[in-house]
Each structure stands twice: as structure tokens, then as C-alpha cells.
Design a binder for this molecule. Structure first.
Ligand SMILES: [Zn+2]
Length: 413
């Protein structure tokens, strides 16, 4: 009897072991590195008048504009203060007569900005008496600092790989499109969250390496692969909220994000808060008597809400209401609203703008053992996975990107 139980327990343990292994399995075959590094420019800090820098190795310091060498073997101890000076930029006790300086540590060494460690080089630019910090980092190194910030690193490997391809496509699209601007991306939720070398984790780094150089392509150009946390049942057609879109961003049905804690949400917002927040955005309401949802698009999202104030009805675009009340409060545009004496109860589905890949849906599909490729085909129908190198050879410069331009404020949430 005891033996039988021991055998049963053993078998269960083995099955659980195999299941856990399959779930966390990370393959060890990686694609070879490309020859030409693709550099991404990430704006890390905007307009503070003091920054703290540090470098792990001796650095070269150059004038950003002219490329002239200003100092060859500069030592920048951790916590060195940078500030704007009348005649240029003050780094520690040295003053460099330049609008911008480029600090390049030796290959492989990191550079810290305000305590966070980054790969690549750092540009410090003086702008109107303040400073901008822009990290120039090779694409794959950049992604290693993005993927762990954008997805749960303990999720199945297929979904982390899908995220790596999505984040790579999005970053490359922005870099090609913004070639003549001062930077390509910011490091926050307005583009993609980037935590530098400090945030890198083993599984997400492996996913970046396993998908090296792979991007989503649509009709010979890099796809702006937008993504969001949870769609709530149907992803959004980009053209409906941003007025511009592409075939792969038209929206699809998603049955797999029910696992998400954000699939359904409910929030109470006091009438006073809604009034104050709307008025702080330029509206001039004296009171709010009622709020009702307006028409819905094919995905169930509300296009605008109707609001009664002093016996008049006003239409407010859902995206404006969400911006005013807070996109973390009204998590999506797919909601119902109910009036109570002192507050409104919003009940909704999903979190985020809803365009492109639904991360929680991708997680659900990966549990059904869908591959990264299949997941991406599902969320970006018509797009295919291709090598960036090949795409850039075919078309050069910005022509390789779809020129989809969306205001940074709109992209978020
Ligand atoms: Zn979904």
C-alpha cells in the first residue's frame, strides 16, 4: 500500500517537473550577430539642471556637433555632477565649451545616469539653460533593457520572444521615422519603458538574443508594432482612435486575455473629481448632472460620452475623458457608466489603447503552446517576421518605415 502511494507521488512529481520544465524552457540556439549595429537614441532625462553621471571605464569625451575630441582618457567617478555652465557644460570640476558632449566608455563598460546603469554612449545636451540626456545604444542592447520592463519575465518563453520582436519593430520604426529629430524614443510609457543594464534579466535577455534582428514587416516596411496590456475581448483598430492605421493594426477578436486581472475592472470616481479634472483640461463646466456612454465602435469601445450640465448635453471624446480623469483610473475605452448621488461607477474591460498585440492574450495563447510567430500572426494579421538587415538593404533610411505618426500623449494607455 505504502509502495503504491510512493509510486503515485513519484509519478505526479515527474509530471509536474516536466510541465514546469516545458513552461520555463529556454532554448540555447541563437542567431548570429549582425555586422552593422543599429543605434537607438533614447532620451532618458529632459530638462533637469543637474544630473549625476559615472562611468565604469575611462571615457572619450567629444563635442556632439563637431565630433572634436575634448578629452581622451576622462575618469568619471560614480556620482559626478553635471550641470549647465555659462559657456558650456560643467562635468565635475571641468567645463567643456560645447552645446553637447558625447561620453563614450570603452567597449563593454557601462555608464550610470542618476544611479541607473546603461550600455552604450551618453549625450548630454544643453538646452535653454537645462540639460537633456540621450543614451545612444545598439538596438539589441537597448531591447535587453526594454523587454523586462514591458513583460513579466516569468511568463512562457514564446510570449517573451513575441514581445522582443514587437519592441524591436516599434523601436526601429521610431528610429527610422525620427532620423532628423534629436532622439528616437523616450524611456517611459510614452514610448517603451527602458531601464538600461540595471533592469536586464536572464530570460528576457535570452529572448532578445533568440530573436536577434527579427522584426515585423508589412509590405516591405517595418511595422509600427503597437501593443498594450489587455484588450478586454477585441483589439482596437488604430485608425479609429488615431485617425491613421494599417491593415495589420485593424483589430482582431481575442478570447485569451480572461486571465488578466484587468480583463474586468470597476472604479468609482466622484462627480467633483470628474468636474475638476475636466475643467483643469480647459472645459468650463459649473456642474455635472449626468454622464452616459455614446456610440460604440465594432470592438465595443465607446467613441464619446454624453454629459449633461445645466440642462445641456455635451459630447466628450472618450480619449479626452480618460486623459482628464486618468488612464490608470479609466483603464480602457470599453466601459459602462452608472450614476450615483455623489459619484459615477465605471465598469469596463481591458487596459490600454488596445492596438496591436494584447500581452495578456499572448500569454493565454502561449499557455496553449502557440509559438511566438503564430501569436504575432494572430495580432498583426498580414504582417510577417523578417530580418531587419534584409529590409534595410531593400529600402534605405526612413523609406523602410511606415510613416505612422501618433502624438506621444495619445500613444500611451
Ligand atoms: Zn486580449
Amino acid at each position: 500500500m505504502i509502495r503504491k502511494k510512493t509510486i503515485q507521488a513519484g509519478v505526479i512529481l515527474i509530471i509536474l517537473g516536466i510541465a514546469a520544465f516545458r513552461f520555463f524552457f529556454v532554448p540555447f540556439r541563437f542567431s548570429p550577430a549582425g555586422k552593422q549595429p543599429f543605434v537607438i537614441r533614447v532620451r532618458l532625462a529632459h530638462s533637469p539642471n543637474r544630473l549625476e553621471l559615472g562611468a565604469q571605464s575611462r571615457c572619450e569625451i567629444r563635442d556632439v556637433k563637431t565630433g572634436n575630441l575634448l578629452e581622451k582618457e576622462a575618469v568619471i567617478p560614480h556620482g559626478t555632477e553635471v550641470s549647465p555652465a555659462d559657456t558650456g557644460i560643467k562635468l565635475g570640476s571641468r567645463i567643456f565649451a560645447a552645446e553637447g558632449i558625447r561620453i563614450s566608455p570603452s567597449r563593454g563598460a557601462g555608464i550610470t545616469l542618476n544611479g541607473t546603469l546603461y550600455r552604450g554612449e551618453m549625450d548630454i545636451i544643453r538646452a535653454a539653460g537645462e540639460l537633456d540626456a540621450v543614451n545612444r545604444v545598439e538596438l539589441e542592447g537597448y531591447l535587453k533593457g526594454v523587454v523586462p520592463c514591458e513583460i513579466n519575465r516569468f511568463w512562457p518563453f514564446a510570449v517573451i520572444k513575441a514581445q522582443a520582436i514587437v519592441s524591436r519593430s516599434f523601436a526601429v520604426h521610431e528610429a527610422l521615422r525620427r532620423k532628423d529629430k534629436d532622439y528616437d524614443l523616450t524611456a517611459d510609457t510614452f514610448s517603451q519603458v527602458y531601464g538600461g543594464l540595471s533592469s536586464e534579466r536572464w530570460r528576457t535577455t535570452r529572448a532578445v538574443e533568440a530573436t536577434r534582428d527579427r522584426v515585423l514587416e508589412y509590405e516591405g516596411r517595418v511595422l509600427p508594432a503597437y501593443f498594450h496590456s489587455c484588450c478586454g475581448g477585441h483589439t482596437q483598430d488604430a485608425s479609429r482612435i488615431w485617425g491613421t492605421g494599417l491593415q495589420p493594426l485593424r483589430g482582431v477578436k481575442c478570447l485569451w486575455c480572461r486571465w488578466s486581472p484587468y480583463f474586468r475592472w470597476q472604479v468609482r470616481v466622484s462627480t467633483q473629481t470628474i468636474l475638476e479634472r475636466l475643467n483643469s483640461r480647459g472645459y468650463r463646466f459649473k456642474r455635472i448632472d449626468d454622464i452616459r456612454t455614446g456610440p460604440r465602435d465594432g470592438s465595443g469601445r465607446v467613441e464619446y460620452v454624453r454629459m449633461r450640465s445645466n440642462n445641456k448635453w455635451f459630447e466628450i471624446k472618450t480619449k479626452d475623458l480618460r486623459s482628464a480623469v486618468g488612464r490608470r483610473v479609466l483603464k480602457s475605452a470599453n466601459f459602462h457608466v452608472k450614476k450615483y448621488p455623489l459619484f459615477y461607477l465605471f465598469s469596463g474591460y481591458g487596459w490600454g489603447h488596445g492596438v496591436g498585440m494584447c500581452q495578456w492574450g499572448a500569454f493565454g495563447l502561449s499557455l496553449r503552446r502557440w509559438s511566438a510567430e503564430r501569436i504575432l500572426q494572430r495580432y498583426y494579421p498580414g504582417a510577417k517576421i523578417t530580418r531587419l538587415k534584409r529590409l534595410l538593404e531593400k529600402r534605405d533610411g526612413p523609406a523602410a518605415a511606415w510613416g505612422m505618426v501618433i502624438a506621444y500623449g495619445d500613444m500611451w494607455g
